[in-house]
Design a protein around this ligand. Structure first.
Ligand code: GLY
Length: 584
């Protein structure tokens, strides 16, 4: 089975067993306290917690999905056999019970039946179960169920390994049972106590986690019993694929073969794997709408891009080596995850590469000349002056057995962020430019009114001086059209339209006529911003948007298009700016 067939077989298996197949949600979750989607259950969290009615929204309490996930904890481990930044998770759920529902027994039976259907041998499956603690007792029920099904190797583990979740500070969670697969003696450490979760080798690979969700961790950190029980499961797709293809790692499967074959380097296999992993991460982060920056999701993307450039150099790969890798990655996934925008991904990497390569050589020279441990301030200066991510400074230093003071580094970073925030506030009277962001929505709407509803947003970028807006349109705008767009926006500014933000489900937002960029990029719950006349109620613009905006257009005094040009075939680009109370 290749990767496509395995995905399909999993979803078909659960569909045939009465499950509704739910598409992957965005990599960017609704919960703002979590950076990325890290598990298939995230989009179902309110249903698992009993806060939303699963039957009303999905018409089934039995669900299955293949979910795009991204984890950042293990970036340093990338290059080994089992860790990835971006990965896919297969899962099945039984949410709340009635006569048709299933809990531990059903979940265990489905898991065994599915794994046997893809040729895995039950005698090589090793199970872990929750050993219990002061508040929650040992999972005797799961132990009995596995035993009845002929499983001999059952290991009791504590909460660190066998109590799952929640994803953020609070949320649904529960004891779990994991299925580990024995890859065979040749992968082992040979110790007599070797088994699942072995500290010395990777003979046993965890392939499926069955969570028996019965608790909700509240804000006080206590575990409340839920009013319902749920099944929540997760299979690491890449791990399962490696096992059924008889490979040591996903890098040797068809998922990565097109990319790896282009950069294959036996002497530095780890660098190849890092590039292959990160290229995939970059493509999916760019697809989710992330752009490189110094914080949050953007910082992760920046870090991945800078790492592929550096590892590329290490392997002696030429300038644009990443273009064909992006292409191969997109080709591998384009039928599965709909709309992946090539051009935007290239532009993001190219821009970041330009920024980075200017400083890379100089920075490396500085780091190479260091001969003793450095302070947080020294590390911050390198970070600040040469755009070197902290991890890369650490990596370079560790090659010489040197280190840096990380706590002090973060203190310096915080100081710097506070200073630059103060600078921005002086200029704009608020964080990260909501004024030009609001003007972007005005422009989008005005273009559709003047040029027609075929106009679609293709991209947008805002800095302190101007907004940039790319949109689908076949030809150059006439001077009259440009003036008409400007006049329309300026008349709305004069009218003093106001803005409101509403949170709603993606379906509600779309059916209310809110404009979306690419449907697939949004989480299940979205913010919708409406620009309207308070007296008449007339709506000028309504868009799905996670950013921040001003409250009243009168804060903008006038809107001006500075440039109209071609961006690419069928796509025009406008640069525009505003005068207003926010400008100094
Ligand atoms: N929610 C189950 C898992 O991520 O393993």
């Amino acid at each position: 089975m290749n990767s496509k067939e395995l995905r399909k077989h999993f979803l078909k298996f659960f569909e045939n067993n009465g499950h509704k197949i739910v598409p992957s949600s965005s990599l960017l979750p609704t919960d703002p306290s979590v950076l990325f989607t890290t598990a298939g259950m995230q989009q179902f969290s309110p249903y698992l917690a009993g806060k939303k009615d699963v039957l009303a929204d999905f018409d089934s309490r039995h669900l299955a999905s293949c979910q795009k996930c991204f984890r950042t904890d293990d970036i340093e481990e990338i290059g080994d056999d089992t860790h990835h930044t971006f990965f896919e998770m297969l899962g099945n759920w039984s949410i709340g019970q009635d006569d048709s529902g299933y809990f531990k027994e059903g979940a265990i039976d489905y898991a065994l039946e599915f794994l046997e259907s893809i040729g895995l041998d039950k005698s090589r499956m090793h199970i872990t179960v929750f050993s219990g603690n002061d508040t929650i007792s040992k999972d005797e029920e799961a132990i009995a169920l596995w035993k009845q099904r002929g499983i001999i190797s059952i290991k009791e583990c504590d909460a660190k390994d066998n109590f799952w979740g929640p994803v953020s500070e609070t949320g649904p969670c529960g004891p779990c049972s994991e299925i580990h697969y024995d890859r065979g003696e040749s992968f082992g450490c040979g110790r007599s106590d070797c088994g699942p979760n072995c500290d010395y080798c990777k003979r046993y690979v965890e392939i499926w986690n069955l969570v028996f969700m019965q608790y909700f961790k509240n804000e006080a950190g206590e575990y409340e019993l839920l009013n319902q029980t749920n099944i929540d499961t997760g299979i690491g797709f890449e791990r399962l694929l490696s096992i059924i293809q008889g490979k040591n790692s996903a890098y040797e499967t068809d998922l990565f073969s097109d990319v790896i074959s282009k950069i294959s380097n036996k002497e530095n296999e780890v660098a190849c794997r890092i590039i292959a992993d990160h290229i995939r991460g970059i493509v999916f982060l760019a697809d989710a709408g992330v752009v490189p920056s110094n914080t949050g999701q953007g910082y992760i993307l920046r870090r991945l891009i800078r790492r592929i450039i550096r590892y590329g150099k290490m392997l002696g790969l030429d300038g644009d080596f990443w273009v064909s890798l992006v292409e191969a990655t997109i080709n591998k996934y384009k039928d599965i995850y709909l709309e992946i925008d090539r051009k935007e991904t290239y532009e993001i990497i190219r821009k970041e590469e330009e920024k980075f390569s200017l400083t890379l050589d100089r920075g490396l020279k500085i780091i190479n000349s260091i001969e003793k441990d450095i302070s947080g301030k020294e590390a911050f200066d390198i970070y600040q002056s040469y755009g070197f991510p902290l991890e890369m400074i650490k990596e370079e230093l560790s090659k010489k057995d040197l280190s840096l003071n990380e706590n002090d580094f973060y203190k310096e970073l915080k100081k710097h962020q506070e200073l630059s925030r103060a600078g921005v506030e002086k200029k704009f009277g608020g964080g990260s430019n909501p004024y030009l962001h609001t003007a972007t929505h005005l422009l989008h709407s005005a273009l559709r009114k003047v040029l027609g509803e075929d106009v679609q947003q293709m991209g947008s970028d805002i800095n302190d001086e101007r907004l940039r807006f790319d949109f689908s349109f076949e030809r150059k705008l006439t001077p009259e059209e440009i003036k008409e767009v400007e006049d329309l926006i300026n008349s709305k500014i004069k009218e003093g339209l106001v803005l409101k933000k509403e949170i709603m489900s993606l379906n509600e937002a779309l059916s209310s006529g809110a404009l979306s960029f690419f449907k697939e990029r949004y989480p299940e719950e979205v913010s919708v911003w409406t620009i309207y006349n308070k007296d008449s109620g007339d709506i000028f613009s309504k868009e799905i948007c996670g950013g921040e905006h001003i409250e009243n257009l009168s804060l903008l005094e006038s809107f001006k298009i500075i440039k109209e040009e071609s961006s690419s075939r069928g796509v025009r680009r406008i640069k525009a700016t505003c005068q207003g109370k926010y400008t100094i």
